[in-house]
Design a protein around this ligand. Structure first.
Ligand SMILES: C[S@@+](CC[C@H](N)C(=O)[O-])C[C@H]1O[C@@H](n2cnc3c(N)ncnc32)[C@H](O)[C@@H]1O
Length: 276
């Protein structure tokens, strides 16, 4: 986004926004100087964040392809969509099944405006875009029902969003409420940055850097991010059938070329589970 381009009404370019910082880490152009400034400061103290962002997007592609191809899922509810990227949920799903339906949800008006403009989909399928807050799961389900058929399996995608929900808003309960509204045979995907010293070759200095990155994020006026543990992600999926390989570091979830790539774990974990 060029600095001279006039932002749409309701877009605040003076405060950094998480979706735009994330887009900057992914090498995108949908961000403003204020986002790049904070993003660069965070990257200086915690360079791993760029890999975490890249691997989160790569996981999205693997998971959606797996669910569409191997599990026959045709409906996706992508909450905390982020700025449109190279391979978005409907593109991956509709490559497998042109009639796939996707509802994108984000609370950042700029994300929703971009999604509406860019994520149009194939005529056989359908896409919808909701400006909504994950902390109001009832609202999301009610509005998503205009596009998704809640009597048929739906994949609920929660990638990089639960860390935005503070403990006092009970993020595990939010995931369970959303899950409770899905029919049997649906899937829930949760992936988020974690805070586990020793996942990689972390040292206490790395843990300090991570804490400093989270502090920078909160101080900048962006939404504070709460890095949690793999156990927390597993708790979000409790009561469901956890698919192999379980809750693992993001790059290790069913990698495309395990025999070729040397896969380094990252401090970011995810898992996929089926609702019985
Ligand atoms: C870290 S980005 C992840 C984007 C994408 N899912 C991915 O993995 O690449 C998190 C997204 O969640 C959105 N978000 C943050 N808090 C939210 C909330 N309370 N409700 C809905 N969306 C939220 C942000 O605007 C941002 O687009």
């Amino acid at each position: 986004m060029t600095d001279s381009s006039a932002p749409a009404p309701g877009i605040d370019t003076r405060r950094p926004h998480q979706a735009r910082i994330w887009n900057h880490w992914l090498g995108g152009k949908d961000n403003y100087p204020v986002d790049r400034d904070v993003g660069d400061r965070i990257m200086r103290v915690f360079p791993e964040i760029a890999d975490i962002a890249r691997h989160s997007r790569a996981l999205l592609v693997r998971v959606v392809r797996f669910l569409a191809e191997e599990q026959g899922v045709r409906q996706f509810l992508d909450v905390g969509t982020g700025m449109p990227g190279l391979d978005n949920t409907h593109e991956v799903a509709q490559r497998v099944a042109p009639g796939a339906r996707v509802v994108y949800v984000d609370n950042d008006p700029l994300v929703v405006a971009h999604a509406r403009a860019l994520l149009t989909g194939l005529p056989a399928g359908s896409c919808d875009y909701l400006e909504a807050d994950v902390r109001d799961p009832g609202d999301i389900i009610e509005r998503a029902a205009a596009t998704l058929d809640f009597s048929q399996p739906i994949a609920l995608l929660l990638l990089g969003i639960i860390g935005n929900v503070p403990d006092e808003d009970d993020p595990v309960a939010i995931v369970r409420t959303l899950t409770s509204r899905l029919p049997s045979g649906s899937f829930v995907v949760v992936n988020d940055g974690t805070n586990v010293l020793g996942v990689t070759d972390d040292t206490p200095a790395d843990a300090t850097a991570r804490a400093e990155a989270l502090r920078l994020c909160a101080d900048a006026g962006s939404v504070p991010y709460h890095a949690r543990t793999p156990g927390f992600i597993a708790a979000c999926l409790e009561g469901l059938e956890l698919l192999e390989p379980g809750v693992v570091s993001t790059p290790l979830w069913r990698p495309d070329f395990p025999e070729i790539d040397e896969i380094e774990p990252l401090d970011s974990f995810g898992g996929v589970a089926r609702k019985p």
